[in-house]
Write a protein that binds this ligand. Sequence first.
Ligand SMILES: [Cu+2]
Length: 150
Amino acid sequence: MCGCAQIGLRKTLVVLASVLLVLLVGACGTGTPVKTANRTIAAVTEGDFAITAATHLKAGDVVLRVHNKGPEEHELIVAQVRDGRLPFRADGFTVDEEALQRSEPGSLVPGQPGSTRDLHVRLAPGRYVLFCNMAGHYLGGMHADLVVTQ
Ligand SMILES: [Cu+2]
């Protein structure tokens, strides 16, 4: 057996373990935003039917690390609002996303239960709502207010 191959494999395992550790630490955030050199990383947790996230963040480049604990798929939309209210469609239970276009810094399409995904957004000072707009999910409780300060 070749010792070189074994050393290579061991190095690969160490690197994989390090990457896993970083991912796990990132995924298990307590909701306290983490400020790095250029950006803030903030944990967002989605579930049936609630969104848990920081209520206040500093303006700038932000990574929303979105974990869907399921059991359903959930999307995430970030919208800036003036008075904390979102426009609704005629159906009365989904938000009118077309009316939000210019005040929507970012969104994620529906994600699998158990998944963790990053949404990169640039947030200006103001009031925002994080929400899931799948049928009935907003009214089911999937929205969270966010205040961004200078
Ligand atoms: Cu949802």
